[in-house]
Ligand binder design. Sequence first.
Ligand SMILES: [Zn+2]
Length: 180
Amino acid sequence: MISHLEQALIKNYPMIFKDIYGDPKETCMSFGIETGTGWYNLIEDACHSIQQTVDLVNHIHPEIGFFVTAAQIKEKFGGLRFYIDYHGNKTDKELQWAYAQIESAIRFAEKKSYYICDNCGDYMKYEKSEGWHYPKCVPCREERMGVLEERAHLRRLPLSDTSDTIDGGTTNEQGTRQLR
Ligand SMILES: [Zn+2]
């Protein structure tokens, strides 16, 4: 996701994004939100619902110190995956309604993601191509295919007399790699 929108989410929901950019050994949020920018509104809506529920729980049961953090937000098989962790003193019984509320907000965002282009945010038709669902609308897909074709074309250009550096450089006596 592009930086300024990711920053807006962090600013609005600092507790949910508490672990963002953390140590990759400890959190899957270390690389930020791993989706296209087109899903910003989906993620914002889900965070808004989560935060509303968290605030209500804290109003009713301040002793719990309840909060929710994002464990990983990514695209998988064409859909949004939004994983969370619950924190606070253990009171599972009292919090069943809150868990249900939060999980339904997340499931709703994940469901909607199949119908929203992850690049431009427009509604699109859900379709699988060759068994894969690709989360982009037709214009975004065509634009992307154009870029890919252009790259493929560039790779097919005949190599010039720099072909001897195709491996990216040489190794000097100290054993360090040098690019020419
Ligand atoms: Zn699009």
